[in-house]
Design a protein around this ligand. Structure first.
Ligand code: AMP
Length: 393
């Protein structure tokens, strides 16, 4: 038996899925939340709807993985550690170096460490998890799957910022994008749904979750994406501002009495977006249930920013065959999908209200005569990670 674990480690959480490969069957999944805090939550789903739940203090990722492996044997999900022959790790920043998923050797791990400058909250946690797996499962192959790889096909005309060229040449200051694994998965799925080779399609993928990004996928390759040097850029998000004029920063720092730019960036990352605009919540559901005008305005701004990126990517690709919605909001929020597409009748793109009245199901949600197809495709980054491990085994 050959099992692969797909691991998505954040700074204080660890999500995972265990697959039987190559049949891509999910045999267990789980999440460890609040790592490093009191009352961490450890959850496993397995078998026929069985669940294991425990609340305890989990101080670090090493403890979390030790506990995970022990519980997997205790619950008979695996008979021994040797069954796990592959581990795939989501890594946020791969810089310019990692154009695709990579087997992790000492050199690759050092590069992941070095790229921490580009993703200070994520890469160190991901590298730590890789080291723990190397120690506990010495015969398991480790593969890194980067959020940025899919976007390394962007042409320089789209990834360069209009700043002195030497900043790119000396310091690699450029657009990298994120959510690459999700954009790759849904664009491939879209081509399958449309029954056409991906090489012949122009697709705009909208990953709308707590973090949100829009990508122009031309012939199967990312040619532009809304996130930038970091995932702070692009559309309005749950707590992130998305694009703003950088001159606002010193102005606001002066007004707020801030002296450390990090504090200002924290505000843009954690207190802005839907949370900042509405003063209520980062969650779409809370805003939709609120009758406060600020909540309604936040929803309009979100839809507007996404619509503008879609419009600009039609221009980038000189056309579009399909627009895809995915992730928490994209998969579940029919009102938001409608509100985004509503302003797009000018290029023959129309939502079918009945087909759109659905959550989390892969299907076409545009009308029969809509020139541009609109698709709802639940994302599956984990299966993509497992596939990449399989390909490198
Ligand atoms: P994600 O980051 O992909 O897990 O997406 C999380 C976001 O999806 C949440 O913050 C919500 O805003 C949104 N979401 C989840 N379920 C729904 C729903 N039923 N209706 C509207 N928004 C939802």
């Amino acid at each position: 038996m050959s099992k692969t674990i797909a691991i998505n480690a954040g700074s204080s959480s660890l999500k995972w899925q265990l697959f039987e490969m190559p049949q891509e069957e999910v045999i267990a999944s789980g999440i460890v939340e609040r790592i490093g805090l009191n009352d961490s939550i450890f959850t496993i789903k397995y078998g026929e709807g069985q669940k294991y739940n425990e609340v305890l203090d989990i101080n670090d990722h090493e403890f979390a993985i030790n506990m995970l492996l022990a519980k997997m044997t205790e619950l008979n999900i695996i008979a021994s550690f040797e069954e796990i022959t592959g581990a795939g790790h989501r890594v946020v920043a791969g810089g310019e170096h990692f154009k695709e998923s990579a087997l992790i050797d000492d050199a690759a791990l050092k590069l992941i460490d070095d790229l921490a400058e580009f993703a200070p909250l994520h890469n160190p946690a991901e590298a730590a998890v890789i080291r723990v797996i190397q120690k506990l499962l010495p015969n398991t192959i480790n593969v890194a799957v980067f959020d940025t790889s899919f976007h390394t096909t962007m042409p320089e005309v789209n990834y360069l910022y209009s700043i002195p060229m030497e900043y790119y040449e000396k310091y690699q200051a450029r657009k990298y994008g994120a959510h690459g694994t999700s954009h790759r998965y849904v664009s491939e799925q879209a081509a399958e749904m449309l029954g056409k080779p991906i090489e012949e399609l122009k697709i705009i993928t909208c990953h709308l979750g707590n973090g949100a990004s829009i990508t122009a996928v031309d012939g199967g390759k990312s040619v532009d994406t809304s996130m930038g040097f970091t995932p702070l850029a692009g559309v309005t998000m749950g707590t992130r501002s998305g694009d703003i004029d950088p001159s606002l920063l010193p102005y606001l720092m002066g007004k707020l009495g801030l002296t450390d730019i990090k504090d200002m960036i924290d505000i843009l990352n954690q207190k802005s977006g839907l949370t900042g605009l509405s003063g209520i919540s980062s969650d779409m559901r809370d805003l939709e249930h609120s009758d406060k005008p600020e909540a309604q305005l936040a929803l309009q701004i979100f839809a507007d920013r996404v619509r503008k990126y879609i419009g600009s990517y039609v221009t980038v690709m000189n056309g579009v065959d399909a627009i895809v919605f995915t992730a928490g909001i994209g998969e579940n929020d029919a009102n938001m999908r409608k509100s985004i597409i509503n302003g797009m009748t000018w290029f023959g793109c129309e939502i079918d209200d009945e087909k759109n009245n659905v959550r989390g199901e892969q299907r076409v949600i545009s009308t029969e005569d809509s020139k541009v197809k609109v698709l709802l495709i639940p994302t599956d980054e984990e299966v993509m990670i497992a596939r990449d491990v399989e390909a490198l085994k």
